[in-house]
Design a protein around this ligand. Sequence first.
Ligand code: TXA
Ligand code: MG
Length: 322
Amino acid sequence: MSIISNYTASAIKNASASLAAGHLVAFPTETVYGLGADATNKDAVARIYDVKGRPTDHPLIVHISSIQNLEKWAKDIPKYAIKLAESFWPGPMTLILPRTLLAKDFVTGRQDSVGIRVPSHIAALALLKDFESLGGLGIAAPSANRFGAVSPTTAAAVKIELGNFLNNKDKIIDGGPSLVGIESTIIDCTQNIPKILRPGAITKNLIEKVCSIPIIQNFTPDNRLKASGLLQFHYAPLASIFLDGNPEKNDGFIALSNISTPKGAIRLAMPKDNDQYAQQLYSAFRLADQKQLQKVFVVPPIGEDVAIAIRDRLFKASKSLR
Ligand code: TXA
Ligand code: MG
């Protein structure tokens, strides 16, 4: 596996040629890093599942370069979904829509719907556009971590997660730390009313403003919708996460910067606001594992903005079965 550290036009060309040849390319997005493959290539997509160690009935998100390509992958698109796409793409939002014949079982985990996203990271968009110029139709990409582990927000974290599983034809594009830091908001748009399946930086309030209809916020695990992010042992570091109680000496501690570090605890992050909290959360989890901490105490952020999504990830990490 090689790391592309400057995403120049020629480096991007090289990476999209790799995708077209059926290899894997991990790439930066504004949310987290994705592990990409040609979404129409069965063997390439199968390798994503191998490398991640992910069950094959868990669907992947197909990334496209613009709303113009949406109808290749999705049909019967409700008006509210078009409004959402126009308002928030490129950006940290995934729409679940009825699929066209292009979205094969091997990418949708045999569901009749497909998840679609236009990411806003400049390297991701450049890769998508270049891949499309070679005849590519979309890049299937889950977060670039082993199944159940913490999503990577840097190229170095991708290498730590997947380095042993990628081969010498695969690539990792380094696009710096992800700005949002947690995964996209997933919205089920297969019914009359939008339903948030996974909260993210595009919040219920923002969505309601655009759709002018009430929306359902439902992040409880629903096994019928094989959405791995909805399982309760996700987003977890090796350390145990505690959302209450007090840290003892050498336990990890994560809280907003206005909360001081309890005596003896090891501060892993001190974000100034909720946006920074999201940005820093996963790197703080990784730091805990690097330091081989057993326990991390976290003070969840309050508020109805991205704090909802942070609390969701914290809750899942704290309930981890590992
Ligand atoms: O921010 C993100 O969404 C990142 C970046 C790389 O785009 N991707 C990401 O992918 O988080 P992944 O596979 O780690 O999580 C996507 C979630 C999974 O829980 C998957 O099951 C769900 O989206 N999903 C995808 N297609 C779906 C579908 N058709 N119906 C229900 N859930 C779906
Ligand atoms: Mg994931």
